[in-house]
Design a protein around this ligand. Structure first.
Ligand code: CO
Length: 292
């Protein structure tokens, strides 16, 4: 009878659905990957992973707080590197930059016209009026926390002070644009809208990045407006917002042919940067690298 056939079919369907449900549930609990355009693989962190990200983020923030009073006129950037490395180890973590694609130190120290990836060195002594970005990334229990701040040494010219505080504001504007359902390009759009009125430029060759088990995961986060970042934000995504703002009108940068790392502004103008690791939440963004 037809009725029997239908119920048999329905039974089979039910088992297929159950099986699919259980599998999806398992994947969801473990680690869900979203397949987006350009085959970008953005990991969605589950609750356990988020907890680990919070711990790693908090430690990275603690390293910056710890180093702040040492960032003074007369100290070498290598001294800061040593202190940060020691503090990180003491807290059961490792410094992610060390040996990352051959990077030789534990933190990045980028002074004045250095945009990013400056290598700490004994000969690099901080002077009155300098600015220096200290970029810290720790790995704690397998997860990364990445944050940076630009510090001012002694008496800094008012113009430079403005650049630094606006770079920080720009980062917070970008973070404030994060919300599930919105596109990632809103971050760059908000930063660009704010920065454009000062006659500065936003570095394009380097951006923020997804972060988690990996130091640099998808997506690549642009700090200027571009449809390339037409990626729908979802709860559980974790990435950095870290605009590099150049005082000059050109966003062009150069990488040192000598060390292969140090990135400077092409026009020699100063560059400032702030960075936080954030989690996309139902309400917006939770800053993981901030100690409340
Ligand atoms: Co970063």
């Amino acid at each position: 009878m037809i009725e029997v056939d239908i119920s048999e079919f329905a039974k089979k369907r039910w088992w297929v659905d159950q099986f699919a449900f259980v599998v999806l549930e398992k994947i969801g609990q473990k680690h869900r990957h979203l397949n987006l355009q350009d085959k970008e693989m953005i990991s969605i962190k589950n609750q356990a992973e988020i907890e680990k990200m919070r711990k790693a983020g908090k430690l990275a923030a603690q390293v910056l707080n710890y180093i702040e009073p040492f960032v003074k006129e007369g100290v070498s950037t290598l001294y800061l590197d040593n202190l940060c490395a020691e503090f990180t180890q003491k807290h059961g973590a490792t410094s992610a930059p060390l040996n990352y694609h051959g990077f030789p130190k534990s933190i990045c120290t980028s002074v004045n016209d250095v945009v990013c990836h400056g290598i700490p060195a004994e000969k690099d002594i901080l002077k009155n009026g300098d600015i220096v970005n200290v970029d810290v990334t720790v790995i704690l229990d397998g997860y990364h926390g990445d944050t940076s701040r630009t510090f001012m040494i002694g008496d800094v010219d008012e113009k430079i002070e403005n650049l630094v505080s606006r770079a920080e504001n720009a980062m917070y504007r970008g973070i404030a644009a994060v919300k599930p359902g919105k596109y990632l390009y809103e971050v760059g759009k908000a930063i660009e809208k704010y920065i454009s009125k000062f006659g500065y430029s936003i570095v394009r060759s380097y951006g923020g990045h997804g972060i988690g088990r990996g130091f640099h995961e998808d997506p690549h986060v642009l700090h200027y407006y571009s449809r390339e970042n037409k990626i729908r934000l979802e709860e559980g995504m974790t990435f950095t917002v870290e605009p590099m703002i150049n005082m000059g009108q050109s966003y062009a940068v150069e990488t040192s042919p000598v060390d292969g790392w140090t990135v400077t502004t092409a026009d020699g103008s100063l560059s400032a940067q702030f960075e936080h690791t954030i989690l996309v939440t139902a309400e917006g963004a939770e800053i993981l690298t901030q100690i409340k």
